[in-house]
Design a protein around this ligand. Structure first.
Ligand code: CTP
Ligand code: CA
Length: 221
């Protein structure tokens, strides 16, 4: 019954979700990127759609199917993901679950880079931060959710990221727990709020974590 009550509660709302990694090409056969299955972002997009939102899922290269009712926009690079999100900046709810590459090669070789005898040095340029850009232009009534992955001082870094990027809610992925992370279907997260408080969610399948996160979003809305 509780599930049925929730159906339609986000009707008329437009949601933007990013998911997956981005691949930054070095040459025609190689790239720099992050580990990311895209499962958390796809699950969030599906859950938002089930609650009635019009969902636009901007996805890096993953091989998952978008759930019914989700508009899928493929954006394989950080640049393309940034541009796709700026086009959708009139959202009501935005959830930035993508593992966007922080750096991209300054030069992309037209031919495969051949191996030499010595070391190979790459020059990388910082990519634009999509979450921070949306935070800077956030309008009244818009709700912006970020993700974070940290390997040390997790809570402190999460609070700093929330404030720095202008998000309303930050979802900290826990890497230290067995059963959470890139390759598995379960996840354990902590929610950080603007007023400084945080909430630990239990280790659960990513589809159920998505439900909890969307519950938190609708509570804030
Ligand atoms: N993010 C983004 N665009 C980028 C980099 C990150 O939108 N170019 C978003 C991610 O989707 C996530 C949040 O910013 O919602 C935090 O990402 P994270 O990698 O944890 O933080 P960074 O600010 O990139 O800092 P660092 O990787 O140095 O910890
Ligand atoms: Ca990063």
């Amino acid at each position: 019954a509780r599930f049925l009550e929730k159906r339609g509660e986000l009707a008329g709302k437009k949601a933007l979700v990013t998911a997956g990694p981005t691949y930054e090409a070095l040459d025609p056969v190689r790239f720099i990127g992050n580990h990311s299955s895209g499962k958390m972002g796809y699950a969030l997009a599906g859950e938002l759609a089930r609650r009635g939102a019009e969902v636009h899922l901007v996805s890096g290269p993953v091989s998952l199917p978008a759930e019914p009712g989700v508009h899928l926009v493929k954006a394989p690079t950080a640049r393309m993901m940034y541009e796709a999100c700026m086009e959708l900046a009139d959202y009501d709810i935005a959830v930035m679950a993508a593992a966007v590459a922080d750096y991209t090669p300054v030069d992309v070789s037209a031919q495969k880079i051949k191996k030499g005898d010595g070391e190979l040095t790459l020059t990388l340029r910082k990519t634009d931060d999509i979450l921070a850009a949306l935070g800077a232009r956030k309008k009244n009534g818009q709700l912006l959710v970020g993700f974070a992955l940290e390997t040390e001082n997790e809570a402190e870094h999460a609070r700093q990221k929330l404030a720095r990027k202008g998000a309303d809610l930050l979802v900290l992925n826990s890497l230290n727990d067995a059963g959470a992370g890139f390759a598995v279907d379960t996840n354990k997260v902590t929610l950080f709020y603007r007023d400084g408080h945080s909430r630990d969610l239990p280790l659960r399948p990513k589809t159920e974590v998505a439900r909890d996160i969307v519950d938190a979003i609708t509570e804030l809305f």
